[in-house]
Design a binder for this molecule. Structure first.
Ligand code: PBG
Length: 331
């Protein structure tokens, strides 16, 4: 015979199990949460069926369920009452995220808390940084990098004082990882880690998230700080700099349309890599699947592909469902 028989390795389910290379595990999954003020609030999100804005009491309940499913880590986003130009409520001791961290620490044992560190949920104009007018040209509004990293440092410090395990700067400002690392070290939080949103693209997959936070930019767009999706070498530079600045984990975001970036980063760097399967990816999968069984198989295929590309952990709105499905599925 002049050909090889690859099908021998696929002949039975047991044989396929034996040769399967990538194992998706519940420990890989990080569940994002949107937290709001108030009591007994559970607000639906039109574009994201199954995901809610939760008040602290309901956050704790939901987290207990997530934990019982084996979820180890959560990513918190806050929705504040008062937005302003300077994002002042983002670093307040009584801010929504700071309260959520304390509530989790008080009520739930051993959950890894990761907190998103950005300004877009807190600024009246919806940008991820402090706005200023350029001093040259036609004095357009732009985002001030260095002022913004000062605020990001304050946010990270306040989250850390409340008890977070990892801060996750997502504003795509230059030097943000260095600024956070220095601030935490100076304040004796040497053990608190940084999950850097290193290669975060200016993506069209964020729309449902912006509905959740009502954070669409009121002028311009985010293309002066988030990355151009035509580029990949630039992503590797971003990742390199973040590692040099002190990131403990680097992240690629979104996930599905950026598997090539994950794979390249995996080959180049020996550091944990996270992938964020974003709101638009969730919406897309929800709309595609007609039955729960179809959704289960679809979602596990997608999450496994992200892991196969090289991600060590995946932030996904499907974390809880996937944790259940992993136990049930037959590949
Ligand atoms: C911004 C931020 C975004 C997301 C998380 N933090 C995107 C944006 O609005 O630019 C998107 C997450 C998602 O779509 O699930 N700091």
């Amino acid at each position: 015979m002049s050909f090889t028989r690859q099908r021998r390795l696929r002949r039975t389910q047991q044989i396929r199990e034996l040769f399967s290379q990538t194992q998706l595990s519940v420990k890989d999954l990080i569940m994002p949460y949107f937290v709001i003020e108030g009591v007994n609030k559970k607000e639906r999100i039109k574009q994201m069926p199954g995901i809610y804005r939760l008040s602290l009491d309901n956050l704790i309940k939901d987290l207990q369920e997530a934990k019982s499913l084996g979820i180890k880590a959560v990513l918190l986003f806050g929705i504040c009452r008062q937005k302003d130009e300077k994002a002042t409520s983002s670093y307040s001791e009584t801010g929504i995220v700071q309260k959520a961290i304390r509530a989790i620490r008080k009520n739930i044992k051993d959950v890894v808390i990761i907190t998103d560190v950005c300004l877009c949920n807190y600024t009246s104009h919806g940008h991820c940084g402090i706005a200023k007018r350029t001093t040259h040209g036609n004095r357009q509004l732009t985002i001030d990098n260095d002022k913004t990293i000062e605020i990001l440092s304050k946010i990270a410090l306040s989250h850390t004082q409340a008890g977070t395990d990892f801060v996750a700067p997502s504003a795509m400002m230059d030097g943000q990882v260095k600024a956070l690392r220095e601030t935490l070290d100076r304040n004796h939080f040497k053990d608190i880690g940084i999950l850097a949103y290193s290669a975060k693209y200016a993506s069209n997959f964020y729309d449902p998230f912006r509905e959740v936070l009502n954070s669409s930019p009121q002028f311009g767009d985010r293309k002066t700080y988030q990355m151009d999706f035509r580029n990949s070498d630039e992503a590797l530079r971003e990742i390199k700099h973040d590692i040099e600045e002190g990131a403990d984990i680097v992240m690629v975001k979104p996930a599905l349309t950026y598997l090539d970036i994950i794979a390249r980063a995996r080959r180049l760097y020996n550091i944990p890599i996270a992938a964020y399967s974003v709101s638009g990816e969730y919406t897309m999968l929800k709309n595609y699947a007609q039955t729960e069984d179809e959704e289960k198989r679809l979602v596990l295929e997608v999450l496994t592909s992200i892991k196969r590309a090289g991600a060590d952990m995946i932030i996904t709105y499907y974390a809880k469902e996937a944790a259940k499905w992993i136990q049930e599925v037959r590949y």
